[in-house]
Design a binder for this molecule. Structure first.
Ligand code: ZN
Length: 759
C-alpha cells in the first residue's frame, strides 16, 4: 500500500505548491491504481475508468473545498472497510463514515468506528456547524510515522491508535484509541475548516483538539472520567516542562521546517489545552461553546490568528467581566512562557489572607532576562474552597496588582485555592495552612475533591523541588495516602514516587523509599484482587495502578504473585492449559514478570511477540522485552530491534527509549545512540522531532557532572540538532536540575525517609 503524510512541510515534495497553511486552494485529484486496489483521497470518488494499456484503474475525486496543502492525502491500498451513517440531526445532512484496515484486521475496527460515529455527531452538535465534506474516512496504516493525522475527510492512524480487539485490549488501550480519534475528528472543524495563518499559532489547532478530545469523551463515555484524568495526563506533565527556562511561549515565531515541526510539542498541545480549559472555566462552558461556534461560522474556509478566536469569545466574556479585556488577560498566558505560583499568606486580621503571585521555576537561582512585556506576571483567575464548600465568586489577581485579600467567615477552618486545578498555576500556603490541609486530608471526609487532592500532592512536591517549601512538609503530606481510595491522587502519588525513585536509585535512601511506599500502599493494596474478573472501568484502572505500584515498591506479596502469574502464563501459553490474565493487568504482569527473566524466557517471549497479530497485545509484549535486569539480554534486543522485520520503523525510537528507561539499559542506549548517531539521522532525519525527543528521554535520570560533560561533548560533535534543538536544551537543563537536587535536597529527603519508613 502507499499513503501520504505531508504535515507540516512535505506537500512540496509531492506536487508544486505554495506549501503554507494560508494558501488554501481547491484540489482536483486523480489517482491511478491496480485493479484490485482501493484509491482514497480527501473527497468522494466521482468516476472510475480503466486504462487497458497499463491495466490500471483511473479514479477521479470530486473537486475539494478550499483547504491547506498539509491536509491533502492520497492512499492506495487493498484494505477492506465497514461503513456507518452519521446523523447530523438538525445541523446538516446524513453522510457516510467508513473505517478501513488491512483485511485480516477488519474485525478490530468496530470500536474505532463506534467512537468515530459518536464523536462526529457530538462535534456537529457542539460546534453547530455541519460536517464540511460529503464523506469521512478513517484508515489504520501498518507503519505510520505519527500517532495519527487529521487529513480532511481521510484521517490516517497508526494501527495501535485505531485497532481494538474486544477480547484482549485493555481499558487503557481503548482510552488511548478513543482519545486519538476524538482529537483528530475535532480538527475536522478546528484546524481544517478554520486554520491558523502560520505555524506560530499551531496551538490554536493542537491545544484546542487536545482539550476537545477530553470534552467529547466526557460526553460520550462519561464513566471514563476523562475530564478528571486531564490533570494527571495533560496538565501536571506540562507544568513540569513549563517551569524551566528551556520552555517557550505558546505563541512563538517559527520560520524553518525544523522549527515548525519542533513546535508540535507539549507546550502547544498540553499547555494550549490547559489554557483553553482555564478560559472555559472563567467564561462558562456554554459561553465558551457559543464563542467557538461563532468563530467557526465566521472564519470557515479561512485562516486566523489567536486574537480572532478571542474576539469571538469576547461578547460572552464581557457579559461577566465588563471591565476586563479578554485579549490582555489571555496574552499574559500565551505570549510569555511559564506560569505563576500563587502565594497565600496569613492576613492582617483573623481568618483573612493575602494572595500574591511570583514566577514558578524549578531552579530558584535561575537568572533570566526580563524579556517579557508582562514582566512574568499573569492575569490570574482565583477560585477557592473552604470548610463551607466552593465559593462561587471568582476573583482576579491582575498582573499589576500587588495582592488581593480574602476574608473568610469564622467557621471556615481551611482554605484551598484553585478549584479542581482549573487555573494554570500552582499554589503555596503559609506553613500553618499546609498543616491544616494535611489534617483535613487525613480526616478522609472527602470535602476536598479527588482533583484537589491530586493537585495538593503535585504542587507540594514541585514547591519542595524548587526549595519553596521544606521537603519534609511534602513528605508529611503523603502520609494521608494511607486513607486515599481514589484513582487520581494515586496516579499523582505514582508520579511522585517515580520521580523520587529515579533520584534515589543509587543512594542508600532507596531502600527506605521502598519501605515507606510499601507502608503507604498496603491498606489499598489488600482491597485489590489479581483475578481475571471484569471491573467497572475506573475501578479497573485503580486496580492496575495500585498493583503496579505495589510491584514497583517491591511489596513481597505483589512481587511473588506477578512472578508466578507471569511464569505460568509463559509456560502454558499455546497449550490446552493456557491461562488468562485480565487484559487490564497484562501490561504490568508481562513487564514486571520479565524483570528477573532468564535468557530462555526472553527468547520465548520474543517468539510470542513475533507471532502475535493483535497490535495492542504486541505493544505490551514489546514493552516487556525491554524489562530484564540482565544487560546481555538488553544488548541483544537493541541489535535485533534495528531490523525492520522485528521492530517496525515507527516503533524503533520507542524501543530505544524503553530500554533506556530500564536502569540496566540506560548506559547501553546512551553509548549506542552516541556511536551510531549518523545512522539514526540517516534513517529518521534531523527533521524528525521524534528523534530529537530521544535525547531528553535517555538522559532524564543523569545527575552527575561527568554525564553532563558527555552530553555537551556529544552535542559539540554533532552541532546540527535539526528539529531537536530545543530538546537538547531541555535535556541539559534537566540534568543541571538533577545535579542541584542531589546537593540541596538529597540529605533532607534521606533523613526524613530514615525516620519515617517504619510505622
Ligand atoms: Zn492534532
Amino acid at each position: 500500500m502507499v499513503a501520504s503524510k505531508f504535515q507540516p512541510t512535505y506537500a512540496r515534495q509531492a506536487y508544486p505548491c505554495f506549501d503554507e497553511p494560508d494558501f488554501k486552494a481547491t484540489y482536483d485529484v486523480t489517482l491511478w491504481k491496480p485493479v484490485t486496489y482501493v484509491a482514497l483521497s480527501n473527497m468522494n470518488e466521482i468516476s472510475k475508468t480503466h486504462d487497458d494499456e497499463s491495466n490500471m484503474d483511473i479514479v477521479t475525486f470530486a473537486t475539494s473545498v478550499p483547504m491547506s496543502t498539509y491536509l491533502t492525502c492520497f492512499v492506495v491500498c487493498d484494505f477492506d472497510n465497514k461503513e456507518v451513517q452519521i446523523d447530523s440531526g438538525e445541523v446538516g445532512s446524513k453522510f457516510t463514515l467508513r473505517s478501513y484496515a488491512q483485511k485480516h484486521e477488519l474485525h478490530r475496527i468496530n470500536f474505532a468506528q463506534d467512537i468515530g460515529k459518536r464523536a462526529t455527531e457530538y462535534y456537529i452538535r457542539y460546534y453547530e456547524v455541519p460536517f464540511p465534506l460529503p464523506k469521512l474516512d478513517m484508515i489504520a496504516i501498518p507503519d505510520y510515522v505519527s500517532g495519527a493525522t487529521e487529513h480532511w475527510g481521510l484521517v490516517t492512524y497508526r494501527e495501535t491508535s485505531f485497532l481494538i480487539d474486544e477480547d484482549s485490549s485493555s481499558a487503557t488501550n481503548k482510552m488511548n484509541v478513543a482519545n486519538t480519534i476524538c482529537h483528530e475528528l475535532a480538527h475536522m472543524w478546528f484546524g481544517n475548516l478554520v486554520t491558523m495563518k502560520w505555524w506560530d499559532d499551531v496551538w490554536l489547532n493542537e491545544g484546542f483538539a487536545t482539550y476537545m478530545q477530553v470534552k467529547a469523551l466526557d460526553n460520550i463515555e462519561p464513566s471514563w472520567k476523562m475530564l478528571d484524568q486531564f490533570l494527571t495526563k495533560t496538565l501536571h506533565p506540562v507544568l513540569v516542562t513549563d517551569a524551566r527556562l528551556s520552555s517557550h511561549p505558546i505563541v512563538q515565531t517559527v520560520a524553518t521546517p525544523d522549527q515548525i515541526t519542533a513546535i508540535f510539542d507539549g507546550i502547544s498541545y498540553s499547555k494550549g489545552a490547559s489554557i483553553l480549559r482555564m478560559l472555559e472555566g472563567f467564561t462558562g462552558p456554554e459561553n465558551f461553546r457559543l464563542g467557538v461556534s461563532d468563530y467557526l461560522k465566521k472564519y470557515k474556509y479561512g485562516n486566523t490568528v489567536t486574537i480572532d478566536l478571542l474576539s469571538c469569545l469576547d461578547p460572552y466574556f464581557k457579559q461577566l467581566y465588563p471591565d476586563l479585556n479578554i485579549t490582555y488577560v489571555m496574552d499574559t498566558w500565551t505570549r510569555q512562557m511559564g506560569y505563576p505560583v500563587i502565594n497565600v499568606k496569613l492576613g492582617d486580621e483573623p481568618n483573612s489572607y493575602f494572595i500574591t503571585q511570583s514566577r514558578f521555576l524549578y531552579d530558584p537561582d535561575a537568572v533570566y532576562a526580563n524579556d517579557s512585556k508582562f514582566n512574568y506576571r499573569w492575569y490570574v483567575p482565583i477560585t477557592y474552597t473552604t470548610t463551607n464548600g466552593v465559593h462561587e465568586q471568582l476573583l482576579w489577581l491582575s498582573d499589576t496588582a500587588e495582592n488581593i485579600k480574602i476574608k473568610l467567615n469564622d467557621d471556615e477552618k481551611w482554605l484551598k485555592v484553585n478549584n479542581n486545578q482549573t487555573g494554570y498555576y500552582r499554589v503555596n500556603y503559609a506553613l500553618s495552612m499546609w498543616q491544616t490541609l494535611i489534617e483535613q486530608l487525613k480526616s478522609k471526609n472527602n470535602q476536598i475533591t479527588a482533583a484537589d487532592r491530586s493537585q495538593l500532592l503535585d504542587d507540594v512536591f514541585a514547591l519542595a523541588e524548587a526549595r519553596t517549601v521544606p521537603y519534609h512538609l511534602a513528605l508529611n503530606l503523603t502520609s494521608y495516602l494511607l486513607v486515599e481510595n481514589d484513582l487520581l491522587p494515586w496516579e499523582t502519588a505514582t508520579f511522585i514516587y517515580g520521580n523520587l525513585k529515579s533520584k534515589l536509585l543509587n543512594s542508600l535512601a532507596y531502600y527506605n523509599l521502598q519501605k515507606y511506599f510499601q507502608r503507604l500502599i498496603l491498606p489499598i493494596y489488600v482491597k485489590q484482587n489479581w483475578s481475571a474478573q471484569d471491573l467497572p472501568v475506573i475501578d479497573s484502572l485503580l486496580r492496575t495502578q495500585i498493583l503496579t505500584l505495589a510491584v514497583r515498591v517491591e511489596l513481597p506479596d505483589a512481587e511473588e504473585r506477578v512472578k508466578s502469574l507471569f511464569l505460568s502464563w509463559l509456560q502454558k501459553k499455546d497449550t490446552p492449559e493456557e491461562i488468562t490474565i485480565h487484559q487490564d493487568l497484562r501490561d504490568m504482569v508481562y513487564f514486571y514478570g520479565m524483570k528477573s527473566s532468564s535468557p530462555a524466557d526472553w527468547d520465548r517471549l520474543f517468539q510470542i511477540y513475533l507471532k502475535e497479530d493483535d497490535v495492542q497485545e504486541k505493544l505490551k509484549l514489546r514493552k516487556a522485552l525491554s524489562a530484564p535486569r540482565d544487560t546481555t539480554i538488553l544488548r541483544k534486543f537493541l541489535i535485533l530491534a534495528w531490523d525492520e522485520t522485528n521492530i517496525r520503523s515507527q516503533d524503533y525510537l520507542t524501543v530505544l527509549m524503553q530500554i533506556s528507561a530500564n536502569p540496566s539499559g540506560t548506559a547501553l542506549v546512551w553509548d549506542d545512540v552516541r556511536s551510531r548517531w549518523p545512522q539514526l539521522v540517516d534513517r529518521f532525519t534531523l527533521n524528525s522531532r521524534y528523534l530529537g525527543n530521544v535525547i531528553p528521554s535517555i538522559t532524564s535520570t543523569f545527575n552527575t557532572d561527568l554525564k553532563y560533560k558527555e552530553m555537551e561533548a556529544f552535542f559539540t560533535q554533532y552541532p546540527d540538532a535539526g528539529a531537536g534543538e530545543s530538546s537538547r536544551q531541555r535535556a541539559l537543563e534537566n540534568v543541571r536540575n538533577n545535579i542541584r537536587w542531589n546537593t540541596y535536597n538529597l540529605p533532607g529527603v534521606a533523613s526524613w525517609l530514615q525516620a519515617n519508613h517504619r510505622a
